[in-house]
Write a protein that binds this ligand. Structure first.
Ligand code: AYL
Length: 528
């Protein structure tokens, strides 16, 4: 028994994302601030943004980039992100956004897998970008350093060329707009193929729930991740809001910038809620402009959410989704005070879901009253990805009958349509909202000469945070210590992927087919 969004369908215009966001900009709107660089206060107006987008598109076309090509963008949140991101799409190319925390090795893998023809980065990230590009065989003259660096083209260089914006025709249903990377339900990161229609759809589906209107939006959540890309960047630009950017999280800067720029909406992942609820510094700032704190990307503790609402005297809401859904499928609407914060609210318009018993494959009934049994959440709608790039097998496991996407999350639904995420079926670990694919860490652990076997799962630490924990089988007579395992991994991976707990085992529990039995490890953890 499937359940629809309780809201009426919204119209999804059949246009490119550029046309959708900017096609109807009025002269007066061109004067509005699109971006404020948080640290410096520098303003980029909508008029400047459009000029820069067109300039970047022209410069890319002049370098032979055409529809079908992939261009990589590797940058923290700075105003130029918007110009380059939409410039790539305006040229008809596909943007693959790279996590700013990535190591050279991670960068090389994404460049290779996506077959990126160009790489945009920033000077503080140039060492790893350069090494990654070299490893992937991308020549140095194909790297643009936004803020400039000796020997590389800068964004200013590109814009001063004044190359004509190419005329490309975009079929919104077919044309890939972005390729963010996600490990999905299993394995290593894969390119998530999202079309122009997927992106336009999700802006339309999620806007109303966020209340619409013009806002000043504290933008610390990364634009390279789909949450920042759709929920912050695209929705804000559509509403002619102002994005106040921060390149990295620092609590004092976060509070200062929110207060100084009188931000009205603040988007966070759960770890920031801990600071907002508990840190004494919060009282030193005037945060009275904040109307909404919105959390997503990992489960928000309801008590914590309420503590934030009380302390800041604002609304706190939660959303849920997946890169593969562009990403929002569920949210608690701003205008609803009656939805429990430990839920993820309602299915967004134009979507249909069902819950499937992972053991039997049977559909779970939605009750006449009360709350359903738990089951795996399956979703369908215009925001669902086309599939994983070059990976038909993973696509077939995720996109199943009737256009449904299997989320790998376990949920319940109430008779009035409120969905709660109660567990995770898939192997993915979330550390501070960032994806940590266990398969990647397991492969790395197995390269250690003293490790015979290994499995990684997410566990809850003493602060209630999900962290990666490694279960390790040592080689006979090895005296390897927990700390040595932690250090071995920490040296080789980006900070969010570090193993933060280790336990030695005699053997990793496995199925007859050799698959790691993660549920047995989770049960062991729960019992300890
Ligand atoms: P990805 N509660 C519990 N788990 C969540 C939540 C939540 N609110 N949000 C995301 N997850 C987990 O691709 C869940 O396991 O996208 C899901 O399958 O990095 C996985 O994270 C997807 O991870 C918003 C704001 C959605 C953010 C997003 C999340 C995008 C994260 C809607 O309004």
């Amino acid at each position: 028994m499937s359940f629809h969004s309780p809201f009426p369908d919204v119209e999804i215009p059949a246009t490119s994302i550029y046309e959708f966001l900017f096609g109807s900009l009025t002269d007066a709107e061109l004067e509005l601030p699109a971006f404020i660089d948080g640290p410096s206060g520098a303003v980029t107006t909508y008029g400047e943004l459009i000029a820069h987008i067109n300039g970047v598109a022209g410069a890319l076309a002049a370098r032979g980039i055409e529809p079908g090509d992939v261009v990589a963008l590797h940058s923290p949140n700075v105003p130029a992100f918007g110009s380059v991101f939409h410039g790539i799409l305006r040229a008809g190319a596909t943007a693959t956004t790279i996590n700013a925390l990535y190591t050279a090795d991670d960068i090389a893998k994404q460049l290779e897998d996506s077959n990126a023809k160009f790489l945009f980065t920033v000077s503080p990230l140039l060492p790893q970008a350069k090494a990654g590009a070299e490893q992937a065989g991308l020549a140095a003259d194909r790297i643009v350093v936004l803020d400039g660096s000796e020997g590389y083209a800068s964004l200013r260089d590109l814009l001063t060329e004044l190359a004509p914006t190419p005329r490309v025709s975009i079929d919104p249903e077919e044309h890939l707009a972005v390729l963010p990377y996600s490990s999905g339900t299993t394995g290593r990161p894969k390119g998530v193929m999202l079309t122009h229609r997927n992106l336009v759809a999700n802006v339309c589906q999620a806007s109303d729930g966020l209340g619409g209107g013009q806002h000043r939006i504290l933008s610390v959540l990364p634009f390279f991740h789909i949450y920042g890309m759709t929920v912050l960047l695209n929705i804000a630009l559509r509403n002619r809001s102002t994005l106040v950017t921060m390149p990295r999280f620092d609590l004092m800067e976060f509070l200062r910038i929110t207060s100084e720029h009188k931000c009205t909406q603040v988007f966070i992942a759960p770890p920031i809620a801990v600071a907002l609820a508990k840190h004494p510094a919060v009282d030193q700032f005037d945060l009275s402009s904040v109307e909404l704190v919105f959390s997503g990307a990992a489960p928000l503790d309801a008590n914590l959410g309420q503590a934030v609402a009380q302390r800041l005297n604002c609304q706190v809401r939660q959303g849920y989704g997946m890169s593969e859904m562009s990403p929002v499928s569920h949210l608690i609407p701003v205008n609803r005070d009656d939805v429990a914060l430990d839920s993820v609210g309602f299915t967004v318009p134009n979507m249909e879901c069902k819950l499937v018993d992972p053991g039997t494959g049977e559909e779970i009934q939605v009750p006449e009253s009360g709350v359903s049994e738990p089951g795996e959440l399956w979703c369908k709608g215009p925001n669902i990805m086309r599939g994983y790039l070059g990976n038909a097998e993973a696509t077939a496991e995720t996109l199943v009958e009737d256009g449904y996407l299997r989320t790998g999350d376990i949920a319940t639904v109430s008779s009035d349509g409120v969905v709660s995420i109660v567990d995770r079926l898939k192997e993915l670990i979330k550390y501070k909202g960032y994806q940590v694919p266990p398969a990647e860490l397991e492969a790395l652990l197995l390269t250690h000469p003293q490790i015979a076997d290994a499995a990684v799962i997410g566990v809850t630490d003493s602060e209630g945070e999900e962290v990666p924990k490694a279960f390790v089988v040592r080689q006979a007579e090895s005296g390897l210590t927990e700390q040595e395992v932690i250090d071995f991994v920490a040296e080789k991976v980006s900070p969010h992927k570090k193993v933060r707990a280790v336990e030695f085992l005699e053997a990793v529990p496995k199925s007859a087919a050799g698959k790691i039995l993660r549920k047995d490890l989770r049960a062991r953890e729960a019992a300890s």
